[in-house]
Design a binder for this molecule. Structure first.
Ligand SMILES: *Cc1c(COP(=O)(O)O)cnc(C)c1O
Length: 572
């Protein structure tokens, strides 16, 4: 198979291949659909089997800043993976939950009331102030306070808030039947949720960040999106609806489960297959052995399952065993050639995971989350700056016109990540501002980019309607007048460098350790000495005969710096 770089890779014997590019693209398309509501990406259950650390890093790298998990233990692992900045919410606890560790790691907590004493005890022990989301039961009957107790619940939260012992950040509930849009209970849940919000408000708890929608509600119920949606399944490119495919929503499946055929043999009529001998060959045929079984997460009950081998969906025959299953490859002798062939159970190059779920009488959620740890995860990275500059970390581009310079900027803008600091050098009039305008376009930020000469640093916020909703802001800096050292301190770039893309013109003397990755861009020109002045910063190519005076743009990545400046505490 090919990874994001077009390299042919050899997969392990049994692999769940996770396309992180598809994950990020799904998150972007859901974020765009629900804007201006925020997207909380739900990474519980090891990101539904896809690998929470890898998924979290990919999403954080793409600018997503709100994560949700069920357990504090999951939140702590995710914190290790994504660093201190992103917000992580955990909502399902017991008396054995390590709230002290949660508070120290800056984890926000969903609460139903019963765990408040334990959380306050942990707050006293750690000196951290808990950040809480009130969970209300609006009909699901699972976690959350029931309506009869709301007055007491919100009175208590209000008292904690007023005394500064906790910050009440949000209010949340979970839907029971949003995957069946025709059912009336979702509207009843909405009404109950609004009553809970009102009750909280009467106790002085407002405004709260309201979040109710899961994947199905986020996709089809605009009225339920409030300030934030908690989306799991859709991120992984799967549809929660029995009658609507994920592609209808612009989502691509992220996981592919595959292995290789480990044995092919011809058997005579009457030969049995697997435990119980429930199937015997009706005619002479070829049996293929597929080394995936219920210990790998293929449900034993999935009779009628098919596995794609040599481009054909071949039927599984006999019982699915712990380690393996048997497919009937048919009577044709050519079946013998399938020894070692790819066998795809679901995903790219195979049937959709929903077919496996149907064979097992369950839902897509359960199939992907239950692929066991015995199956190796292989993550293919989203196309990023690394792919653009290539493995040497450095590449020279050419631009003959201002349009080409801008287009190169846009390509960079599409792949720059929060924490990137781009040091931009080149003579006056070389095209630095034109390149930055392209970067702004690729990043999808608002505000017109001009030379920042007299402003020193200008922030262009991410545009939720742009190509990278939820992506980083652009901070555009001119270090020309700041001299060799020290002057940048006054701009407090450290405050934004980890969450934004920072472009520093004339930044050769930038102190090391700003941001997480330094990208050096030098614009050179082969032609005559400067005849163009950077009057308003947009006329870089000015009256020059641009075609006769092409620019070269060298882009190089500094070796990743140690995660300097990343250890600041999340507690407040
Ligand atoms: C799992 C879960 C979600 C995400 O549900 P999806 O249908 O996968 O989007 C949201 N909220 C809560 C409370 C959950 O437990």
């Amino acid at each position: 198979m090919r990874d994001a770089y077009g390299t042919v890779t050899m997969l392990p014997e049994r692999a769940a291949t996770v396309d992180l590019g598809a994950l990020v693209s799904n998150a972007r398309s859901i974020a765009a659909r629900i804007a201006p509501s925020r997207l909380m990406t739900v990474l519980k259950a090891d990101a539904y089997g896809h690998g929470a650390a890898a998924a979290g890093r990919a999403l954080a790298g793409a600018g997503f800043r709100d994560f949700g998990v069920a357990h504090v233990s999951e939140a702590l692992e995710l914190r290790e993976a994504v660093g201190p900045e992103p917000r992580i919410l955990a909502w399902l606890h017991t008396s054995a939950t390590d709230f002290a560790a949660a508070l120290r790691a800056g984890i926000e907590l969903g609460v139903n009331g019963s765990e408040l004493d334990a959380i306050l005890e942990a707050a006293r022990a750690t000196g951290c102030t808990p950040r809480l989301h009130a969970i209300v039961d609006t009909g699901l009957g699972r976690n959350g306070a029931v309506s009869e107790t709301w007055d007491a619940f919100f009175a208590r939260l209000a008292e904690l808030s007023a005394s500064g012992r906790a910050v009440v950040v949000g209010i949340m509930s979970h839907l029971a039947v949003a995957d069946e849009p025709g059912r009336p209970e979702t509207d009843l849940q909405r009404q109950a949720f609004e009553r809970a919000v009102e009750t909280a408000g009467r106790h002085g708890l407002s405004p709260l960040q309201r979040h109710l929608a899961n994947t199905p509600a986020s996709l089809v119920r605009e009225d339920l999106r409030y300030e934030m949606c908690r989306v799991g399944l859709g991120l992984y490119g799967l549809s929660p609806f029995s009658d609507r495919a994920a592609e209808e929503f612009g989502l691509r499946p992220v996981m592919t489960l595959s292995t290789r055929v480990s044995l092919v043999k011809r058997v005579e009529e009457g030969h049995g297959a697997s435990y119980g001998l429930l199937w015997t060959a009706p005619t002479p045929t070829h049996l293929g052995l597929v080394p995936l079984g219920y210990a790998d997460g293929i449900p034993r009950v999935a009779e009628g399952l098919r596995v794609r081998i040599g481009g054909v969906d071949q039927p599984v025959v006999g019982r699915i065993a712990m380690d393996q299953m048997i497919v009937d490859l048919g009577a044709d002798e050519s079946a013998m050639d399938l020894l070692g062939a790819d066998a795809v159970v679901f995903g790219a190059g195979g049937q959709p995971v929903e077919d496996v779920a149907a064979a097992a009488g369950t839902i897509n959620y359960e199939i992907v989350t239950r692929i066991s740890p015995r199956v190796e995860r292989v993550w293919t990275e989203p196309e990023g700056l690394g792919a653009l500059v290539g493995p040497s970390g450095s590449r020279v581009f050419a631009a003959e016109t201002a349009e080409e310079m801008r287009a190169l900027g846009a390509r960079l803008g599409q792949v720059l990540e929060p924490g990137d600091v781009l040091v931009l050098t080149g003579d006056l009039g070389a095209g630095k501002t034109t390149l930055t305008q392209g970067i702004a376009e690729g990043l999808g930020v608002s505000g017109r980019v001009t030379s920042p000469t007299f402003v020193l640093a200008r922030v262009h916020p991410n545009d939720p309607e742009g190509p990278r909703p939820g992506g980083p802001d652009l901070v555009h800096v001119d270090a020309y007048r700041l001299g060799d050292e020290g002057g940048l301190d006054g701009l407090a770039l450290e405050d934004t460098a980890h969450s934004s893309v920072t472009v520093v013109e004339w930044g050769e003397h930038l102190p090391a350790g700003l941001g997480t990755r330094t990208v050096r861009v030098r614009i050179g020109r082969a032609g005559a000495p400067d005849t163009v002045t950077e009057a308003d910063g947009t006329l870089d190519f000015g009256s020059d005969d641009a075609a006769a005076d092409p620019r070269t743009i060298s882009v190089s990545l500094d070796a990743p710096a140690a995660a300097a400046g990343r250890e600041e505490s999340q507690n407040d």
